[in-house]
Design a binder for this molecule. Structure first.
Ligand code: SAM
Length: 282
């Protein structure tokens, strides 16, 4: 196995700094640096990009991102025990790595990043979906990021890429695919991590489109989709009751059948419905 940098192996880093994994922080570390470099490569050409990494832990993926030529990595890690090993990586890569010891849910680093910006993270499972939804729902589009390359448990990855008719199709698929291209680029078994989690994992690459695939007001679309999937087994006319007066007429005007179920409706159909709901409310 060829070394990706001159720093010690991660097993040694973890032993030196006493980084026993904490379940409460979703700590499942990647120790194979060739694997972390491979994940970094899924984000595309990093040279000339600022990279935002949430949860660097002992720094396996961080080292992969730097080895793959990222211009600068900004990393946010909640666990103070990881600051010393991350400082060693920063010292070996002068001016290219900045680490903040904070909870990523309470911190907005956008002001410190220079475009083009890519987000690459092996996310802690407990906050992964929350962060993804925030990144997918900024006040304006295009967002601050060009792409998101994120590790999730496989079941969440499948919800992001799901197509109409699939069991996993729902709010997350529509949020992501309305304004981005999405695909699973890697799958990892539990044994790839230390300690191994109970579930399989997958890396999803999400590339922002310059504008939404179909026009719709984001807030109204979000309301329509949330209501439709809140009772996903119900027909649209029942699930969407109360969304607007005469909702059944709006469903028909949008080219949909009132007897259809949300899981059958493509994104284009939800966008058309959102436009009709907006017009009816104005
Ligand atoms: N990136 C490392 C790797 O691939 O080996 C660690 C990944 S581990 C799945 C998730 C990391 O996120 C842990 O280091 C954990 O301490 C950190 N973390 C958990 N919750 C966090 C939060 N709210 N904000 C920032 N980091 C968090």
């Amino acid at each position: 196995m060829s070394a990706i940098d001159d720093l010690p192996p991660l097993s040694q880093v973890i032993a030196t700094h006493g980084l026993s994994a904490r379940k409460s922080l979703g700590q499942n570390f990647l120790l194979d640096l060739n694997l972390t470099a491979k994940i970094a490569r899924q984000a595309g050409d990093l040279t000339g990009c600022d990279v935002l990494e949430i949860g660097p832990g002992p720094g396996g993926l961080t080292r992969g991102l730097l080895a793959e030529g990222a211009r600068r990595v900004l990393a946010v890690e909640k666990d103070a025990r990881c600051m010393a090993p991350l400082a060693e990586i920063a010292a070996a890569n002068p001016g290219r790595l900045e680490v903040t010891n904070a909870d990523a849910l309470n911190l907005d680093l956008r002001g410190q990043l220079t475009p083009p910006i890519r987000v690459v993270s092996n996310l802690p499972y407990n906050v992964g979906t929350e962060l993804l939804v925030r990144w997918l729902t900024p006040p304006n589009w295009p967002p601050f990021w060009e792409s998101l390359t994120l590790m999730f448990q496989k079941e969440v990855a499948q919800r992001i890429i799901a197509q109409p008719g699939a069991k996993a199709y729902g709010r997350l698929a529509i949020l992501a695919q309305w304004r981005a291209d999405v695909r699973i680029v890697m799958e990892l078994p539990p044994e790839a991590f230390t300690p191994p989690p109970k579930v399989h994992s997958a890396v999803v690459h999400i590339q922002a489109l310059s504008e939404p695939r179909f026009p719709a007001d984001p807030k109204i679309l979000s309301q329509v989709v949330a209501k439709a999937f809140n009772q996903r087994r119900k027909m649209l006319r029942a699930a969407l009751k109360g969304l607007a007066p005469d909702v059944e007429d709006l469903i028909v005007a949008a080219g949909l059948k009132p007897t259809e179920r949300a899981e059958q409706v493509p994104i284009e159909g939800f966008c058309a419905l959102a436009r009709h709901v907006q017009a009816a409310r104005e």
